[in-house]
Design a binder for this molecule. Structure first.
Ligand SMILES: Nc1ncnc2c1ncn2[C@@H]1O[C@H](COP(=O)(O)OP(=O)(O)OP(=O)(O)O)[C@@H](O)[C@H]1O
Length: 737
């Protein structure tokens, strides 16, 4: 960070003149953009119109290539237009004056930096994209290593108007004509009030942050650091940078951004679009598996059971058992012979097949093995005739349909809701108490009709074991095959099962109907195969359970990774097991690390308070330096329980003290009595539970009952530490006496 600001000549006349200079340039840029936007709309309109007329007329083969080109053109034009519209606000935010101290003004290189690159009619750059190599000096230059920069300027804009400039001089003394104004862009940015969503920091990225943002894409990039050190925002700018520098690879392969909760994804979702990127998939841990959405959290002891790798043995047992209601022996009449296969033989066949195949794709294999075994038990007559008869036997059809029916991973997981069944499968893996808690939590899912976040990793594990649920054969028949069935009614066949299980593949109209029955709700929709990404970005990585790391590993097999975290903020208990699972997910990729040590969020007074809470209990916590002071200490008061009136008056006071957002962070114990505060102060107040505050921040917070927060959270004091580091400007801590 640059703090040296020699030569500042901050008179209001200077400022007004400098603003006018910049405004002239910004006006030129917007005029150019208007033209570009109009051109893009023309291309779009023209392309779409041509497409329409082609459709109504005959399309000749040689025109098809033209149509593909048109599509690409229309796509590119629409994208460009949407980028221009989205980044209209604050499009130009920086300027570099490059040269030596004695370079004449006319020969200096002046570059304006912005959210996207803009050129004039002569292809001269008016604005350079912040991610281009030519812009890197904007972030990297320091007075110690000025990289040819004389002055770095940050422009503050409202819409298309320049409302302020903030300069940093990179040389000890400015040439006469170089004016240096403002109080420093970083502190101005940090002092501003917070809204409900995170903002980009593209104008004030610091040098050490820039190094992490522009690090090579390959391998694993770990970003560590204490609370508020910009890990999240840096990682998101890195995603935008990767898309810029290797667009083909990352746009087609996809970037997956994973955060702890839906509140977190809602909080960060504006950052990438504001940087011009919207081709990134943002997922909360509860949404990682397509077809399942979970926001509910299990009690800590259950989450611990579901998150630990021990549970895999139990899942493996559950996945290899015959489906519920499966017949225990096969009896059939094949080619004049009575065939009978007993339970032990059937078990052996099942075990043998599952050793090398996933259940859902092995039905054909299972049928072949049954045929072999049946033949071995008969060995009479013609072998080929026997196999043909076995193949077309209705008895065998019926048997296989039930003995080896398709298994939905969610259905298999729900079998563990039966406590006795859970005990049996958990033998040697979980103790009775753990197995009972697991069964109980699944019964709760069955009564609520919702999965918990920890269940998602179990469903994904089972899905990987079982394989994708296959559509029944009838669905796989081609168009002509199905047409043949149309006449069956005329042969007296009225009930033809040519459709598919509604749950497995809902039709367009069915998929929008939400079932009302709790079990059906749990099984609604189709579980999709995990699709791989080219890059996986994991935030709050310290909270992932080992099972969740495995879920991510399935999505990042061929990916490069950016992993962001701070161990002192962990809510997952067994850090060692999680570390091993994390390293396994990385595979053989090399790991490069970046450490952030400046806290940009909390005022120093607030962070000192949080530091004093965590250090006695976690002496090796990674403690950053807070850069900003407000002169106001946090309030810490003992209040009458229940703390409703005291929370209300604390909120009232804070509404007068800060301009932006306020959070009331409350443990479950008091949550019901405080919900009425949600949305107070014209929507500025939010009531939230401690775990959901991960990664978020507000102008001010009211922390209710810190002891209860410790008691109720799996991470204990570490979760309280998270809570105490969410406020930028003011914090009030209330302790019911
Ligand atoms: N260079 C910067 N310029 C302006 N603001 C910044 C800069 N770096 C970080 N910030 C701000 O600091 C705050 C904290 O950043 P962020 O949430 O990314 O930190 P974090 O390390 O992920 O925090 P935590 O681990 O506590 O969740 C955000 O408001 C962010 O915009």
């Amino acid at each position: 960070m640059t703090t040296t600001r020699p030569g500042a000549t901050d008179t209001s006349a200077d400022v007004a003149r400098e603003i006018a200079f910049e405004q002239a340039h910004v006006d030129r840029v917007y005029a150019e953009l208007e033209k570009a936007s109009a051109r893009a709309s023309e291309v779009e309109k023209d392309g779409i119109a041509r497409g329409r007329s082609s459709r109504s007329g005959e399309v000749r083969d040689e025109e098809l290539t033209g149509l593909f080109e048109r599509d690409a053109l229309v796509y590119a034009a629409a994208k460009r237009r949407s980028a221009i519209e989205k980044q209209y606000e604050g499009l130009v935010f920086g300027r570099l004056d490059l040269g030596d101290v004695d370079t004449p003004a006319a020969e200096r290189d002046v570059r304006h930096i912005g959210r996207l690159g803009v050129r004039d009619d002569d292809y001269e750059p008016l604005v350079i994209d912040w991610r281009a190599p030519a812009a890197s000096a904007f972030y990297r230059a320091t007075p110690v290593d000025p990289m040819g920069v004389l002055r770095r300027r940050v422009l503050r804009c409202k819409g298309a108007s320049v409302i302020g400039v903030e300069d940093d001089l990179m040389v000890p003394e400015a040439p006469d004509d170089i004016v240096v104004v403002g109080d420093g862009a970083l502190i101005a940015a940090l002092t501003r009030s917070r809204g409900r969503q995170m903002r980009d920091i593209v104008a004030t990225i610091q040098r050490h942050q820039d190094e992490a943002i522009r690090a090579p894409s390959r391998g694993v990039t770990e970003i560590t650091g204490g609370p508020g050190t910009g890990k999240t925002v840096v990682a998101l700018h890195r995603a935008a940078y990767l898309l810029y520098s290797e667009r083909r690879r990352f746009e087609s392969g996809g970037i997956l951004v994973v955060g702890p909760s839906a509140a977190y994804t809602a909080y960060i979702e504006r950052v990438l679009p504001s940087l011009g990127e919207d081709s990134v998939s943002l997922r909360a841990l509860g949404d990682l598996v397509d077809g399942v959405t979970a926001t509910r959290l299990d009690p800590p002891e259950v989450a611990a059971v579901k998150g630990s790798l021990r549970i895999r043995r139990l899942l493996s047992r559950a996945a290899s058992r015959p489906p519920e209601g499966a017949p225990s022996q096969l009896r059939a009449f094949i080619n004049g012979h009575a065939v009978r296969l007993e339970e032990s033989v059937l078990h052996r066949i099942r075990r043998q097949i599952l050793r090398s195949s996933q259940h859902n794709v092995a039905a054909k294999h299972a049928r072949e093995e049954l045929a072999q075994e049946a033949w071995r038990s008969v060995r009479q007559g013609d072998r080929d005739e026997f196999f043909d008869a076995f193949d077309s036997s209705r008895d065998v059809d019926e048997f296989v349909d039930s003995w080896w029916r398709q298994l939905d991973p969610r259905e298999v997981l729900l079998t563990l809701a039966d406590t006795d069944h859970a005990y049996r499968l958990a033998r040697g893996v979980l103790d009775q108490e753990e197995a009972a808690a697991l069964a109980h939590s699944l019964r709760e899912a069955l009564s609520l009709g919702t999965w918990s976040v920890a269940d998602v990793a179990l469903i994904d594990d089972l899905s990987a074991r079982l394989g994708q649920v296959q559509a029944p054969e009838a669905e796989e028949r081609g168009f002509y095959d199905i047409e043949e069935f149309d006449d069956l009614a005329s042969y007296g066949v009225l009930d033809v099962r040519a459709g598919v299980d509604r749950r497995v593949t809902p039709t367009a109209s069915q998929s929008v109907v939400t079932p009302t029955d709790a079990r059906e709700r749990l099984l609604h929709g189709r579980i999709e195969r995990a699709s791989g990404s080219a890059h996986v970005l994991v935030d709050e990585a310290q909270d992932l359970s080992p099972m969740q790391w495995r879920t991510l590993a399935r999505r990042g097999r061929n990916a490069s990774w950016t992993v962001v975290g701070d161990a002192a903020q962990a809510s997952w208990g067994d850090l060692e097991e999680a570390r091993t699972a994390r390293l396994e997910a990385y595979g053989s990729h090399a790991v490069r690390g970046f450490h952030m040590d400046t806290n940009y969020r909390n005022a120093r007074e607030i962070f000192d308070y949080a530091r004093d809470v965590i250090l006695p209990l976690v002496p090796d916590a990674d403690i950053p330096a807070a850069v900003r002071e407000t002169g106001v200490e946090p309030v810490d008061t003992v209040v009458e329980p229940p703390p409703v009136a005291s929370v209300e008056s604390a909120v009232d006071e804070l509404l007068g003290e800060v301009e932006g957002s306020i959070a009331v962070i409350t443990p479950m114990r008091w949550a019901d009595r405080l919900t009425h505060l949600e949305g107070a102060g014209d929507g500025r107040v939010q009531v939230i539970d401690p775990l959901s505050t991960k990664g978020l921040e507000w102008d001010a917070t009211v922390v209710v009952d810190p002891d209860a927060i410790i008691d109720e959270s799996p991470g204990g004091v570490r979760v309280l530490y998270v809570v105490l580091t969410r406020a930028a400007h003011r914090m009030t801590v209330l302790r019911p006496g």
